[in-house]
Design a protein around this ligand. Structure first.
Ligand code: AVJ
Length: 330
C-alpha cells in the first residue's frame, strides 16, 4: 500500500480530486500511471476492440482453453461454491465455465458474483449471462461494483459459510509488478478464507515479435487505448492538456523487455506538459509508463503463487506455452 504521505503534507497545492495512487505514480521516476485509468467508458470500449484484433491472441487463446477444458475445470469446483469473477467485464468467457458447472452439478447448483469497478461492465455481465447461460436464474447472479479486494471481501460477507471459487482471467495479474501481484493475491486469499480456490489466467513469455504485434496492432487500437489512459488521468487532474491527447500530444511506444519478461506500454510527450501536479511537469520527450503486461513461465507462476501463500495443486491447463490457466488453493 502506498504511504499516506504521497499527496504532499501541505494539502493546499494538490487538486482535491487528485487520487493518491495517481499522485504517487506521477512523482516516481520514470512517471507511471496506475492501470485503473485505462478503463473509463471509452477505455473499456477500446479494450473490447483489442480483444477482437487478429494480432491480440490472449483473449481468443484463453477462450479456447476454457472451451476445451471447461468440464475438467468444473470437476475441480465443489458443488456448493460461489463463483466470484474479478473484473468480470462482459463475461463472454465465463459462460463456458458456468455452463459446465451446471452440467456437472445440476440446476440451482451455481451462484455467481461478478466484481467489476465499472457499473456499465456489470450491466453487460448480467445481460450476456442471461443470454449465454439460460439455466442460471437471475436470482443466482450478484453484481458487486468494487475493486478486486473489496469485491472479494463483500462476497465473503454475503456468503459467510461458502467456499469461494475466484476467477481471475485475462492475465490481468500481469498488470501488476511481482511484488504487487504477490501482495494482492495474498490479500485476496486471506479475504476469501481457508478452503477457497483461485483460477488464474496467465499469458506466457514468448517470441518478442508476436508479443509486440499483440500490443502494437496495425489499426492503432492499442495506441488509442493507452493514450486514452493518459487523457483520462489528465482529465481527472483537471488538466487542460487532456483535450490535446486526441490530437497527438503523446506518441505510443511499446517495448518488449526481455530481461523483465514484460511488455511495457509507454507514451512519449511531443511537447512539455507543465504542472500535471503543482510544480511537477512532463518534459518534452519524456516517457510515461502507462501499463505493463508481464508474461510468465510455469516457474514464474509457481513462484508467484508460493509468494502469495497459495498451493498450486488444483491443476493447470495450457496451450503450447501460449497461455495457461492454473487452479490454486488457499
Ligand atoms: C486486460 C491486462 C489482459 O495486458 O494484455 C491489452 C490489457 N493492454 N492491450 C493485457 C491490454 C494493451 C490486457 N489485460
Amino acid at each position: 500500500m502506498p504511504s499516506g504521505g504521497s499527496g504532499g503534507g501541505d494539502g493546499c497545492s494538490t487538486p482535491v480530486s487528485a487520487p493518491a495512487d495517481l499522485v504517487c505514480g506521477l512523482q516516481r521516476s520514470p512517471k507511471y500511471l496506475p492501470c485503473r485509468f485505462l478503463y473509463d467508458e471509452r477505455g473499456s470500449q477500446l479494450y473490447e476492440q483489442i480483444t477482437q484484433l487478429p494480432e491480440y491472441y490472449p483473449y481468443e487463446t484463453e477462450k479456447r482453453l476454457l472451451a476445451q477444458h471447461a468440464a475438467a475445470i468444473a470437476s475441480q469446483f465443489p458443488a456448493s461454491s460461489v463463483v466470484v469473477e474479478l473484473g468480470c467485464g462482459d463475461s463472454t468467457k465465463t459462460d463456458l465455465l458456468l455452463q459446465a458447472l451446471l452440467d456437472r452439478h445440476g440446476p440451482g447448483s451455481v451462484r455467481f458474483c461478478g466484481v467489476d469497478c465499472s457499473a456499465e461492465a456489470l450491466r453487460q455481465t448480467e445481460r450476456s449471462l442471461q443470454r449465454l447461460v439460460p439455466g442460471l436464474p437471475q436470482a443466482q447472479v450478484e453484481l458487486i461494483e468494487a475493486e478486486y479486494l473489496a469485491g472479494v471481501e463483500e462476497a465473503r460477507r454475503r456468503h459467510p459459510g461458502a467456499m469461494l471459487s475466484i476467477l481471475w482471467l485475462g492475465s490481468s495479474v500481469g498488470n501488476f509488478s511481482s511484488g504487487e501481484a504477490a501482495e494482492l493475491l495474498g490479500a485476496l486469499c486471506r479475504a476469501a478464507g481457508e478452503r477457497s480456490q483461485l483460477l488464474l489466467g496467465t499469458d506466457m513469455w514468448k517470441d518478442a515479435g508476436v508479443l509486440l504485434r499483440a500490443y502494437d496492432d496495425s489499426q492503432g487500437v492499442s495506441s488509442a487505448f493507452i493514450r486514452n489512459g493518459m487523457r483520462h488521468a489528465l482529465g481527472t487532474l483537471g488538466h487542460p492538456a487532456a483535450a490535446e491527447v486526441a490530437s497527438g500530444l503523446f506518441a505510443y511506444e511499446p517495448v518488449v523487455n526481455s530481461e523483465r519478461q514484460q511488455v511495457e506500454m509507454w507514451v512519449r510527450a511531443r511537447r512539455r506538459v507543465p504542472d500535471v501536479l503543482p510544480g511537477l511537469h512532463i518534459e518534452e520527450g519524456e516517457r510515461v509508463l502507462v501499463e505493463i503486461s508481464r508474461k510468465f513461465t510455469p516457474e514464474a507462476v509457481a513462484a508467484m503463487a508460493s509468494a502469495a501463500g497459495l498451493l498450486p495443486c488444483g491443476g493447470a491447463w495450457g496451450s503450447a506455452g501460449l497461455y495457461s490457466l492454473t487452479l490454486l488453493l488457499t
